[in-house]
Design a protein around this ligand. Structure first.
Ligand SMILES: Cc1ncc(COP(=O)(O)O)c(C=O)c1O
Length: 487
């Protein structure tokens, strides 16, 4: 059976001359990035077509589908972002309503904007110990579905920080109402392998069962995976899986054609296929390594006093190593900066009082040992400091009052006002800390005095606040809906 990568290698070694896009013509002299350019093509003869696949791409998608087990799996070359756009566009009619968590990725909000969706939020749940978004239980969704009439439910599981919701029970609830469940499982492409594997049970490798099950197995109707986040695949590569009959599969395909490039990268597609092959053939080694690294980190940092690697009772995903600063002895940003500048460790993100590392089966023992050593060393310094300074309390966000719809406000006439004068005004932009990018205020919501003060605190702490602009006059500004667009 031909495989994408091998066919590309064959093409690159052949005498076929490329009088077609891309402009670099697979000429190695055109770039220092030799390998990828040799294989970089878009649709040409014998290489199938992502938007109407029937040959080599279809086979690759079917290979991925066999691993995850949905009705249908499609390759995405524009990341999970385009999968989220397509999923919502297909599952919710224009001007329809969707139930979602506030902590949804920005692609969710972009879909709501493009399709004029009315967003009903699940109750805002923040884990008050660590200051991270909570997962959802079926009862949260059941209560919300009693109140709101929606065409679909959208949840993110695992969250960016690795917390998993009760997907199976939520899917059941949705299906009782006859509506689909979309799960943004962008961070969980490594979930759900070997769950019922007899061989593994026999060899008592039950540990694999400690990796959460995938939302596909748990009955979600659409599941989106960023292959590039936790599996060995190139940036932008992702998958979307669809199953059951609550989502119109032809409509989903239509929206994938709309949101994906008409010149899909074969380098990216073959990278997905190679990652699938790696999991198919060597997945047990890959996941054993992930779990070995994770257990090593947990064990060898277990005696720390201030830096706590949050255990898997609280954060189920083994790939997410959240290092929390107890007693708020330093900010997450300060810890992140020390790890980067002094220990040369680039972490995924800094939160208020934590940093987040992503580990996978592709890490090296040396890298893991360096992280362990750094955590122990910094913890030692904090312990030696006479009185670690307890800083402010955690920011616990609340849902702002909504005055206009997201689309009305984002498309409205805007004006720029000083942050210190903005209380009571309707935001015309998203304001969020990045990462993870969860809106503190979304367009159409009222910026209260309390929110304005919180934004100010983030600025003082030099946190990466998006949607607030510092101008030369030394003031910070936000975009609000113009009070009198004609005047
Ligand atoms: C929860 C979540 N969903 C979707 C996405 C989008 O994924 P991608 O970068 O593959 O487009 C991200 C990206 O960070 C994410 O964190």
């Amino acid at each position: 059976m031909p495989e994408l990568y091998q066919e590309l290698v064959k093409l690159s070694g052949s005498d076929m001359y490329p009088f077609h896009m891309p402009g670099h013509k697979r000429n190695l002299e055109s770039t220092p990035m030799k390998g990828a350019f040799r294989c970089d093509i878009t649709e040409i003869d014998d290489f199938d077509n992502l938007h109407d696949e029937e040959g080599i791409i279809l086979e690759a998608e079917e290979r991925a589908n066999r691993l995850y087990g949905a009705d249908k799996t499609y390759f995405l070359v524009n990341g999970s972002s385009c999968g989220v756009l397509a999923a919502l566009s297909a599952a919710v009619p224009e001007n329809g309503a969707v139930l979602a968590a506030r902590g949804s990725h920005k692609s969710f909000y972009h879909a709501a904007y493009l399709r004029h969706l009315d967003i009903h939020y699940l109750p805002y749940k923040i884990n008050e110990e660590y200051g991270i978004p909570e997962s959802y239980r079926a009862e949260d969704v059941a209560a919300a579905l009693e109140k709101e009439k929606v065409s679909a439910v959208f949840i993110t599981s695992p969250t960016y920080e690795g917390k998993c919701s009760e997907v199976g029970a939520i899917a059941k609830l949705c299906h009782e109402k006859g509506i689909p469940l979309i799960v943004d499982e962008a961070h969980g492409a490594h979930f759900g392998f070997y769950q019922g594997d007899e061989d593994i049970k026999k060899n008592s490798q039950e540990e694999f069962a400690s990796i959460p099950d995938s939302s596909v197995h748990q009955g979600a109707d659409i599941v989106i995976h960023s292959v590039h986040k936790t599996l060995p695949s190139m940036t932008q590569t992702a998958l979307i899986h669809v199953q059951g009959n609550l989502v119109d599969k032809a409509l989903l395909k239509r929206f994938l054609r709309i949101y994906q490039s008409s010149s899909p990268s074969y380098v990216l597609m073959s990278s997905i296929d190679l990652a699938m092959k790696e999991i198919e053939q060597n997945g047990k080694d890959y996941f054993s390594k992930l779990l070995y690294f994770r257990n090593k980190i947990d064990k060898e940092t277990s005696k720390t006093s201030y830096l706590k690697v949050v255990g898997r009772n609280d954060i189920e995903d083994a790939a997410k190593v959240l290092i929390f600063v107890k007693k708020h002895a330093m900010t997450g940003q300060a810890l992140y900066d020390i790890l980067r500048k002094e220990f040369r460790l680039q972490l995924e993100m800094a939160g208020e009082y934590y940093v987040l590392a992503i580990i996978t089966g592709s890490d090296t023992e040396e890298g893991i040992d360096r992280l362990i050593a750094a955590v122990n060393e910094i913890d030692g310094r904090l312990s030696e400091a006479k009185e670690p300074q307890e800083t402010d309390n955690l920011f616990v966000p609340t849902l702002p009052e909504k005055a206009l719809s997201l689309c009305e406000a984002w498309d409205s006439s805007k004006e720029r006002v000083r942050l210190r004068d903005c209380a009571g005004r309707i935001s015309a932009e998203f304001i969020n800390l990045y990462p993870p990018g969860i809106p503190i205020v979304a367009p159409g919501e009222v910026i209260s005095q309390q929110i304005a003060e919180e934004l100010n605190t983030f600025i003082k702490r030099h946190m990466n606040l998006q949607g607030v602009e510092a101008l030369d006059d030394g003031e910070n500004y936000v975009q609000v809906v113009a009070q009198n667009p004609l005047g």
